[in-house]
Write a protein that binds this ligand. Structure first.
Ligand code: AMP
Length: 393
C-alpha cells in the first residue's frame, strides 16, 4: 500500500504536486474540456484546507524541450483560479532563481502553478540535476497525475529520490481499482477489448488470461481474430502479421478455460463515411467490398448476457468506429448497459473514457481511469515507475 496525501501533515509545508493538466485546447487556446483540472480538485482543495503552500506542476502537449507559447499553462491557471475561486499565480518557468524566489515568498494556503515542465528536455530525460531543482521547491512530493505514472520522468520519478513522496487522491483511487482487478477480482470477470489495433492489446490479453473468465472482443481488432478463424472480413482493417499470435491466444485461452467472444454480426459500410451505404450482416461473415465498423444487434445482445452475469468488468477500447454516429451504437449500448450493472466496472482511459463521457455515464461506473497508456500498462502487469517510486505505508 502506498502512502497518500491523507497520511501526511501538510500545514506550513511546501507541497510539490504533479498534476495532469494536459487539457485539450482549441485554436484560440481555449480549454475545450476541463475534466482533468476538475479531477485534481479533491487533492488541491485538501492541501489548501490543510494550510499547505501548494506548488502545482504539469506538462501540456509536446513542446519537445522548447519554450513554445502555444503550450503555456496560462489558460489552465485561469480556469483553475475560477474553479477554486481564488488567485492562482502562474510562474514563467518551472525551475530557476525567479521560481525559487516566488516559492519562498508564498504563505500558508497559497497556490502557484509552474510553467510547462516539458519546456525543458530534461523533464522527459529524467535528468537528475533538473529533478533535484524541482524537488528543492518542495518539502513533500504528491503525485496525482496517473496519466504519466508509466513514464519515469523528472517530475514523476526523479523528484521522489529527494522528497517524501505520496499519492494524491486521484492516483490512490487508480491504484486501488487496478490492484483489485489485477490482483483479487470478484468473479466472473469479463474483459472487453476493442479499438484499432490487436498488437497494442496483446500484452494485456496475455497478462489478464490468468485472471479473467470472459474475453469480449470488438472494434477493428475483432476482424483479425475473425480472419484467423477463417471468416470473411471483406475490406475491414486487419493485421495479417498477427495471425500466429492470435492462434496462440486462442490456445492459451482454452487451456486456461477463458471463453473468447467474437462478433456474431456487424454493421458494415462500403467506405468509412457518415453518409456511406451501410447494412447489418446476417452472421459473422463480412461480404466482399464492405468494411466492418461496428458490432451488430445480435452481438450486442449476446455480449449483454455475458456482462449481466459478470461481477467485474474492465473495458478498454471502443467496440466500433464510435466517432461516427452511424457506427457508434455498439459502443453506446455497451456503455449504457454496464452503467446499470452492480458489478465493479473499470473503464480504461483515452478513447473508451471519452466515449463514456460523451454519454455522461462516467459517474455510473465504479472507476473511470484518467490514464490511457498507464491503465494499459497496469493491465499488462508492468510496474509503473511513477507509482513504484512512492513511499509505502
Ligand atoms: P485504440 O487507440 O486502439 O483503443 O483505438 C481506438 C480507435 O479505434 C477509435 O478511434 C475507434 O474509432 C477505432 N475503431 C474502433 N472500431 C473500428 C473499426 N471497426 N474500424 C476502424 N477503426 C475502429
Amino acid at each position: 500500500m502506498k502512502k497518500t496525501i491523507a497520511d501526511m501533515d501538510l500545514r506550513g509545508k511546501r507541497v510539490l504536486m504533479r498534476v495532469d493538466y494536459n487539457v485539450p485546447l482549441d485554436g484560440d487556446r481555449k480549454i475545450t474540456d476541463d475534466s482533468r483540472i476538475q479531477a485534481s480538485l479533491p487533492s488541491v482543495k485538501y492541501a489548501l484546507e490543510q494550510g499547505a503552500r501548494l506548488i502545482l506542476m504539469s506538462h501540456l502537449g509536446r513542446p519537445k524541450g522548447e519554450v513554445k507559447a502555444e503550450f503555456s499553462l496560462s489558460p489552465v491557471a485561469e480556469r483553475l483560479s475560477c474553479l477554486l475561486e481564488r488567485d492562482v499565480r502562474k510562474l514563467d518557468d518551472c525551475v530557476g532563481e525567479k521560481v525559487k524566489e516566488a516559492v519562498n515568498s508564498m504563505e500558508d494556503g497559497d497556490v502557484v502553478l509552474l510553467e510547462n515542465l516539458r519546456f525543458h528536455k530534461e523533464e522527459t530525460a529524467n535528468d537528475p540535476g533538473f529533478a533535484g531543482e524541482l524537488a528543492s521547491l518542495g518539502d513533500i512530493f504528491v503525485n496525482d497525475a496517473f496519466g504519466t505514472c508509466h513514464r519515469a520522468h523528472a517530475s514523476t520519478e526523479g523528484v521522489t529520490r529527494h522528497l517524501p513522496s505520496v499519492a494524491g487522491f486521484l492516483v490512490d483511487k487508480e491504484i486501488k481499482y487496478f490492484e483489485k482487478v489485477t490482483g483479487d477480482p470478484d468473479k466472473p470477470f469479463a474483459l472487453i477489448l476493442g479499438g484499432a489495433k490487436v498488437s497494442d492489446k496483446i500484452p494485456v490479453i496475455e497478462n489478464m488470461l490468468d485472471k479473467i473468465d470472459y474475453l469480449l472482443i470488438g472494434g477493428a481488432m475483432a476482424y483479425t481474430f475473425l480472419k484467423s478463424r477463417l471468416k470473411g472480413i471483406g475490406l475491414s482493417r486487419v493485421e495479417d502479421d498477427m495471425m500466429d499470435t492470435v492462434d496462440r491466444i486462442f490456445s492459451l485461452a482454452s487451456a486456461k478455460e477463458v471463453s473468447i467472444f467474437l462478433p456474431e454480426d456487424h454493421v458494415v459500410a462500403d467506405e468509412i463515411k457518415e453518409t456511406a451505404k451501410r447494412k447489418t450482416t446476417s452472421d459473422e461473415h463480412i461480404p466482399d467490398g464492405y468494411i466492418g465498423l461496428d458490432i451488430g444487434p445480435r452481438t450486442i445482445k449476446s455480449y449483454r448476457s455475458v456482462l449481466a452475469e459478470s461481477r467485474t468488468i474492465v473495458w478498454n477500447g471502443p467496440v466500433g468506429f464510435f466517432e461516427m454516429k452511424p457506427f457508434s451504437k455498439g459502443t453506446r449500448e455497451v456503455a449504457k448497459f454496464i452503467a446499470k450493472l452492480k458489478a465493479t466496472t473499470v473503464i480504461g482511459g483515452g478513447d473508451t473514457a471519452a466515449a463514456v463521457n460523451q454519454l455522461k455515464l462516467g459517474d455510473k461506473m465504479s472507476h473511470m481511469s484518467t490514464g490511457g497508456g498507464a491503465s494499459l500498462e497496469y493491465l499488462e502487469g508492468k510496474e509503473l515507475p511513477g507509482i513504484a517510486a512512492l513511499n509505502d505505508k
